[in-house]
Design a protein around this ligand. Structure first.
Ligand SMILES: [Zn+2]
Ligand SMILES: [Zn+2]
Ligand SMILES: [Zn+2]
Length: 598
């Protein structure tokens, strides 16, 4: 930059990018007085040329909002983490958004543990209308919603039902319309990618970054395929709307085009004048560029493209029919749904799976239906589900705690600290996570309070909008935080080793019992004679099937791939890629069982 007459700073179009530009500008200004900031939402020739035409000064409000966030995060992290190191163990951390997310995960686990499943029953009947099958579910008894708790209650109702008359009491037909949703924000993109593609939030952001930075499409030119992926705006530029609407009309026909231009409301916390995540050129159909993309890039691009195209399409129109069927004092209801016009669902399906269509045969009010069979079924109420990447991102956004740049790193940090683990897609807290959470709730209640954290995010928005001084905001925060911090240091008790569990294993070096401990990457065994005896090892997963005196433990290859081998290696060379089934042995020979893939 020293030899250039003019310097344009083009970091990412958000507060972080503004702060980077500011610091770069300060360094470069020694050699070059003409430094300007440019901003573009997509890395395409047209967008970059347009940006170069409109250079501007650094926006100090945005820089200050970003600085305030970093200082706030450090005040919290750098002050609380050492307390956790001292009282529990080294390597732990606390953080503004991280600790709120951990609290949500732990509270949900408490609810699940306290949950008592309740029995309930449903009753379905199969009937015939002029020879055609009709399925109906018990809806009400004596005009009140049917709530059956026990098998006895069910039997009272269904005994002799085959001899009763089933009469159509009413038929209600309603046309229902369903409108497309807004194009993607970061939060929605992560949620749909988790639900539809099985991506973690981190993976979604990594692949989106690749699409944003650009792919070479067989012409030696790298082209950005989507707009900037960290955004909470659903706005679309007027040019992109025009291009999209004419694309829909010419490729699919006028009936698939929404009659009015659909404008999507952006949440009140949305930052700056950003745009939604959309393809940079709607004409670039996913299939047309599939051969230049990896499988993950293709699937994510396809989802972004479909969501964007659908947002200016017409509504789906469906007929919903409800048929009420009387039998004694019981009312059964059969429902049908027939889609008359696909509209936007032609391109984008909002559900994970296709919504089922159910066709009902023609019936008339007063018509008598023939009984075929009755199907009572026992159910139990379910506890609330554990958070997944999708539902965690959703609640962080809805409560105003997370921001587009923080969703994925927050989940990643909790996993890295071993505060929670993944159980398939679900996030389950570890004992360590629950211990840290109990300390945060007990000693830093504000920091794990959703409203308090949301208000801090609002304050950062106000700084960005020039409505609040960042110095005042930080001074006010520190004013209350300092006191909390001091009393926490004095009152948090020593909790080293509280999570250790005794085991039946004996240390082969000194004969003392081994204890199960939580380490950086999960559980391990260590000698209870620490620090005189420093023996520590992976948790034995069962007796070694080869030498029968050693134990199978998890190890890793030089490249980090996990395998399972004998802890007497090199005396015993047993090893396998298959994971032992925890704690189970073969009932016939007493050897460990291995999970075989397929
Ligand atoms: Zn020992
Ligand atoms: Zn062995
Ligand atoms: Zn066996």
């Amino acid at each position: 930059a020293a030899n250039s007459s003019r310097v344009l700073l083009a970091a990412d179009p958000d507060r972080e990018g503004e702060a980077i530009s500011f610091h770069l500008g300060r360094v470069l200004s020694k050699n070059n007085p003409d430094i300007k900031r440019i901003e573009f939402n997509e890395i395409t020739k047209a967008a970059v040329e347009e940006a170069v035409q409109h250079p501007r000064e650094i926006n100090m409000d945005l820089v200050n909002a970003q600085q305030a966030r970093r200082i706030l995060d450090r005040l919290v992290g750098y002050n609380i983490s050492p307390i956790l190191w001292k009282k529990i163990k080294r390597g732990l951390s606390a953080g503004r958004v991280q600790s709120v997310a951990l609290k949500l995960i732990c509270e949900r686990e408490d609810e699940i543990e306290k949950f008592i499943p309740e029995e309930y029953w449903t009753v379905d009947v199969k009937l015939l209308a002029s020879g055609k099958a009709v399925e109906a579910s018990l809806h009400s008894i004596d005009g009140k919603k049917a709530e059956l708790k026990t098998e006895e209650e069910v039997n009272k109702i269904i005994t002799g039902i085959e001899k009763e008359k089933f009469t159509v009491a009413s038929i209600t037909k309603k046309e229902r319309k369903r409108s497309p949703g807004a194009p993607y924000t970061t939060s929605r993109l992560q949620q749909d990618a988790a639900n539809k593609l099985g991506f973690t939030s981190q993976k979604t952001m990594m692949v989106a970054q690749q699409l944003y930075e650009g792919i070479e499409l067989g012409n030696d030119v790298v082209t950005g395929l989507i707009t900037y992926m960290r955004t909470d705006s659903t706005r679309i530029s007027p040019q992109a709307v025009d291009q999209l609407r004419s694309y829909i009309e010419t490729t699919m026909g006028a009936k698939f085009l929404s009659p009015d231009v659909k404008v999507y409301k952006t949440s009140k916390s949305a930052q700056d004048a950003h745009e939604a995540i959309r393809p940079t050129d709607v004409v670039r159909h996913p299939e047309q560029i599939q051969k230049y993309l990896t499988k993950d890039q293709y699937r994510l691009y396809q989802m972004v493209w479909q969501k964007f195209v659908s947002c200016q399409m017409s509504d789906e129109v469906a007929d919903h029919t409800a048929v009420d069927i009387h039998c004694k004092n019981l009312m059964f209801r059969a429902t049908g749904r027939i889609v008359k016009f696909n509209g936007f669902t032609e391109v984008f399906n909002p559900e994970d799976k296709k919504k089922k269509e159910t066709t009902l045969p023609d019936m008339e009010e007063g018509e008598e239906l023939k009984f075929k069979s009755v199907h009572p079924e026992q159910h139990f109420t379910q506890p609330p589900p554990r958070f997944t990447d999708a539902s965690m991102v959703k609640i962080l956004e809805e409560s105003g705690v997370g921001r587009p740049s923080t969703y994925a790193p927050t989940i990643q940090t909790l996993l890295k600290r071993f505060y929670c683990t993944r159980l398939q897609k679900a996030l389950k807290p570890t004992d360590l996570g629950r211990l840290v959470n109990s300390i945060m709730i007990g000693h830093f209640p504000n920091l794990v309070n959703l409203d308090f954290t949301a208000r801090m995010e609002e304050d950062l928005d106000r700084i960005a909008n020039s409505d609040l001084s960042w110095v005042n905001m930080l001074a006010q925060f520190w004013g209350t935080f300092e006191g909390t911090l001091h009393s926490a240091i004095e009152t948090i008790g020593e909790m080293k080793n509280v999570l250790d569990e005794p085991t039946d294993y004996v240390c082969e070096k000194c004969g003392r019992p081994m204890v199960k401990k939580i380490g950086r990457n999960g559980y391990f065994h260590a000698c209870s004679g620490f620090p005189e005896c420093r023996n520590a090892k992976a948790i034995p997963l069962g007796p070694c099937p080869k030498c029968e005196t050693g134990h199978v433990v998890m190890r890793a290859t030089k490249r980090g791939r996990p395998f399972y081998g004998c802890d007497r290696y090199p005396d015993c060379d047993f090893s396998t890629w298959d994971k032992p089934v925890s704690g189970e042995v073969c009932p016939k020979c007493g050897k460990i069982l291995l999970e075989k893939s397929s």
